[in-house]
Design a protein around this ligand. Structure first.
Ligand code: 5CA
Length: 437
């Protein structure tokens, strides 16, 4: 993509309404624009990151045996009356009436909707287990939407739902999601720590939140120091094998969110205790028959008796992750994208757009990189070098390939790694080999 043609409305000034660094940088880098409180439009640069995060989430869900579906954003209120949550959910739920005076709502989550699909489609335990997910916009009329996409009113969530005939089956699904979450966040360059958590309005008695530690996190959390030092998960997982020992390896160590903290255990830990602030990027729940019983979702068990489905649900804050990754990875100059989610891998900077040699060299490099399948943002604007450097640092692409007339004379270019700031000069061919490897 040529920057001269790209819609990248960067801001020089720091927007006054943004209280945390990720929100400031997302506005300054032209990634999002606010529509109304807690509701955002995604501009090209931000949308590419959102899609990359979505792709990683999808790949890891698929790998764990979860099947993708798509449920609507608007749901009938009657389903929520059946589960009892229509009244319980309170003012966070956006309630809508259609032209026939039917009560509808913009879904804050989809337990009822999926339970309804299941009770009409599945009759026998032989059709179980099943794990389904979708990636869809949600609406929660938060009292205090803030921090940009981190606590929005409209936000993108991946939500999965598991259906099993008994509790051991449900726990196998829970464990699959537990491990899939560790892998998902690790691929985004994040260390998300699984912590015992409250289940809140979703319900149930077993629940873990996945938190990244950051000073701007909304809640105070506590965990064993081992989590900070350790790598969180091995690369090859057999999802059909026994995952319990792997999950136990994490849950045996102390890690708890605000409401679940245990002063006695914390005292025992002594120096091994870390107290920090955390951003919740995922939350998994086992809630057994809470929805299946109230909504009549049953299957015939092996003995022919009807049995209520055992269920769990598993959420990832896809749009929140964009902000969370920036909180975890930035410096004074701007964002530092991990390569796996970066909007482009390489920024190509032509430092002298009125020099025919520079233009020809850059056009050629651009074609070669694209030909090799590398995503490149080519700064071909007639701007000063200083402006180009500042913009590239702000938007945080992992690599910058800098081309100027002086270097070209000797056939060299500069390759800057955004993360380390190192900017070695090298022959053009070496640079191309490195960036296409
Ligand atoms: N039905 C369950 C699991 S699918 C559920 O709704 N869980 S949740 O309430 O914990 O939300 C799942 C994830 O969505 C959270 O871990 C968080 O990362 C994200 N999330 C929740 N509320 C917001 C919000 N207001 N803005 C941005 N992301 C949010």
């Amino acid at each position: 993509m040529r920057l001269s043609a790209y819609f990248l409305p960067t801001l020089k000034e720091t927007p006054a309404e943004a209280q945390i660094v990720s929100h400031r940088l997302m506005l300054r880098a032209g990634m999002v624009r606010q529509s109304s409180a807690g509701i955002y439009s995604w501009l090209p640069l931000g949308f590419r990151v959102l899609k990359n995060i979505e792709r990683i989430v999808r790949e890891e869900q698929d790998a764990a045996g979860c099947q993708e579906i798509l449920m609507p954003t608007i749901q009938p209120a009657d389903l929520w009356r059946e589960s009892g949550r229509y009244d319980d959910y309170g003012p966070e739920m956006l309630r809508i009436t259609d032209r026939h005076e039917r009560d509808m709502l913009y879904g804050p989550t989809n337990e009822e909707q999926i339970t309804d699909i299941f009770r009409h489609s599945v009759r026998s335990y032989r059709e179980l287990p099943k794990l389904l997910y979708h990636i869809q916009w949600k609406f929660r009329d938060e009292v205090r939407p803030r921090f940009g996409v981190m606590r929005g009113r409209e936000f993108l969530m991946k939500d999965s739902y598991s259906f099993d005939v008994d509790k051991p089956g449900a726990m196998r699904a829970y464990n699959k999601m537990f491990i899939a979450y560790l892998r998902t966040f690790e691929r985004m360059g994040l260390k998300a720590i699984p912590m015992r958590a409250e289940s809140g309005p979703i319900g149930g008695d077993t629940s873990h939140e996945f938190l990244i530690l950051a000073d701007t996190g909304e809640s105070e959390v506590a965990c064993h120091r081992d989590f900070i030092d350790a790598d969180l998960v091995a690369s090859d997982i057999d999802y059909e094998g026994d995952l319990q020992h792997l999950v136990d390896g994490f849950t045996d160590k102390y890690a708890a969110t605000d409401d679940e903290r245990d002063p006695a255990k914390e005292k025992e830990l002594g120096d091994a205790l870390v107290i920090a602030r955390g951003i919740e990027v995922g939350h998994i729940f086992y809630f057994g028959t809470k929805y299946s019983k109230s909504m009549g979702a049953v299957v015939a068990g092996p003995d022919g008796e009807e049995t209520a489905l055992e269920m769990g649900s598993y959420g990832i804050g896809v749009s929140r992750l964009v902000g969370a990754i920036i909180e975890a990875s930035h410096d004074d100059a701007g964002i530092i994208w991990p390569e796996s989610v970066a909007p482009f891998k390489v920024g190509l900077l032509n430092l002298k757009t009125d020099d025919d040699g520079c233009v020809a060299a850059c056009d050629d490099i651009y074609a070669k990189l694209r030909g090799a399948g590398v995503e490149v943002l080519y700064d071909d604007r007639p701007e000063r070098a200083g402006v180009k450097f500042a913009d590239m640092d702000l938007i945080g692409l992992p690599w910058q390939l800098v081309v100027g007339p002086r270097g070209l004379k000797s056939g060299t270019v500069e390759v800057k790694e955004r993360k380390t700031g190192e900017r070695p000069e090298m022959p053009l061919e070496t640079a191309l080999a490195q960036l296409t490897a």
